[in-house]
Design a protein around this ligand. Structure first.
Ligand code: FVH
Length: 272
């Protein structure tokens, strides 16, 4: 991104676990930082490291070139942005608060109406990972702002633009989290099953983790067939996959650990 510039002045609203980590990364990157949090005491550590504190959210929104929000939810974001529409005109806002795609699109419409340049973001990291090599953040919305502030965004982790649809970052974020939760459900179920043979979750973890890691390399192989089912010849057809899941389900029933999990897989997973 050749035309990235360093922001002159950045505000972060929301200093919970994630917002504080983002603010720390911006300070470490040498930016002028204003912070605001509903509970003011959470700003103290950042102020001692050079951040300025705003007395109100309206003040934080009005002083910076770039405003980053990391609040609890969509309702809290709207609560603080909407009254400040006039002050935000011409500024750039990045909302890193988790939202649904429709909530992100609705905020995008609001921003366009008030001439605010908006990007929505999905953080693929926990707070301790911010600024580290494994963190990445998905962005969607105003593409020009992504280019403009790319140098700032890279302070949080790899910055990835996924489209101008305001809902795209949220959709990718939630899709990835859906995959993660499915994996954890599989591990929990597997742990119940091996315990009936005297095994432990700890031992299962050492075996399941490398196997699943190897399996994820096959996503790229399956992806073209999901994008274009007409031309796809699966490695395992739907009957084979159904048979395999049926056997696992039978083992769960036999061991008295059956849950809805494998029934759901049977209903949703075609051949792979
Ligand atoms: N923590 C994580 O691992 C995940 C990673 C992926 C992205 N999420 C999302 O980030 C948003 C913030 O998460 P967080 O972990 O920082 O959450 P908390 O530590 O609970 O802090 C919440 C902050 O929101 C403030 N807040 C809540 N309601 C309001 C409101 N009505 N007006 C103003 N601020 C509000 C709260 O303030 P306070 O309780 O300290 O006064 C915190 O600053 C979230 O969307 C995750 O899904 C994090």
């Amino acid at each position: 991104m050749s035309n990235s510039v360093t922001a002159q002045h950045i505000s972060v609203l929301g200093l919970g676990a994630m917002g504080a980590a983002l603010a720390q990364a911006l300070l470490a990157g040498g930016h002028q930082l204003t912070v605001w949090n509903r509970t003011p005491s959470r700003a103290e550590a950042l102020v001692s490291q050079g951040a300025q504190v705003a007395a109100t959210s309206a003040e934080a929104l009005a002083v910076a070139d770039l405003v980053i929000l990391c609040l609890l939810d969509d309702a809290s974001v709207r609560e603080h942005l909407e009254p400040a529409a006039a002050a935000l005109r011409g500024r750039t806002v990045i909302n890193l608060t988790t939202a649904t795609p429709e909530q992100a699109r609705s905020l995008g419409r609001w921003a366009a109406e008030h001439e605010v340049a908006l990007m929505d973001g999905g953080i693929m990291a926990v707070p301790s990972m911010i600024g580290g090599p494994a963190a990445f953040v998905l962005y969607s919305g105003a593409a020009a702002e992504f280019e403009r502030f790319h140098g700032v965004l890279e302070l949080f982790g790899r910055a990835e633009f996924v489209g101008e649809d305001f809902g795209a970052a949220a959709m990718y974020d939630l899709a990835i989290l859906g995959g993660m939760y499915s994996m954890f459900a599989g591990f929990q179920q597997g742990a119940k099953m091996v315990r009936t043979t005297g095994g432990t979750a700890a031992h299962l973890a050492t075996l399941m983790a490398p196997f699943l890691q190897a399996m994820t390399t096959m996503f790229a192989q399956y992806a073209p067939g999901i994008d274009d089912p007409e031309s796809y010849v699966p490695e395992q057809d739907a009957d084979f996959t159904a048979g395999a899941i049926g056997t696992i389900d039978k083992a769960a029933v036999e061991s008295g650990t059956a849950t809805e999990l494998f029934g759901v897989l049977l209903r949703t997973l075609p051949g792979i």
